[in-house]
Design a protein around this ligand. Structure first.
Ligand code: CMP
Length: 141
């Protein structure tokens, strides 16, 4: 399987609690390379656009409020089968249901304050990567 890229976001709960380094180390230990990263404070408009697919869900307002509550750290990650592997390594959305040793089991607080986002398909990985890293220099060829 060829190398591919996917998008993670260390969310405001984990970033604010100083867990970004531990989470990146966990991902690197799982075989991911960091292609690009930055620290951003999402505006309401940006958060609504990023999570537009959830616009009709009852938790949408709360999700946008949380994602704009502090800085977060989008990370462009690369490895073989990156999208599926990242989903496996971070665990279920709800940390109570996440497998032992996954990022969310280790670092998430709740279903909403769940430490990390990961793209759910190769198509969305492309869209979400462009959202944060279009035009960004990537030193990893
Ligand atoms: P994420 O992987 O970023 O994708 C959408 C996010 O919505 C999800 O992680 C959770 O943070 C949040 N979310 C999903 N389902 C719920 C829910 N039932 N209640 C609150 N937040 C949710």
């Amino acid at each position: 399987m060829n190398q591919s890229d996917t998008l993670a976001i260390v969310k405001p709960d984990a970033f604010g609690a100083g867990k970004a380094g531990k989470i990146l180390a966990h991902l690197e230990s799982a075989g991911f390379r960091v292609v690009a990263t930055r620290v951003v404070r999402l505006s309401r408009t940006q958060a609504e656009a990023f999570y537009a697919v959830h616009r009709e869900r009852p938790f949408f307002g709360s999700l946008v409020a949380f994602m704009t509550s502090g800085p977060c750290m989008p990370v462009l990650l690369r490895r073989e089968d990156a999208v599926a592997e990242l989903r496996r390594v971070i665990g279920a959305t709800d940390p109570a249901e996440a497998d032992e040793g996954t990022v969310r089991a280790l670092y998430a607080e709740s279903k909403e304050r769940n430490a990390i986002h990961a793209s759910d398909s190769p198509e969305n990985a492309g869209i979400e990567s462009a959202f944060f890293f279009a035009g960004t220099d990537r030193l990893l060829a």
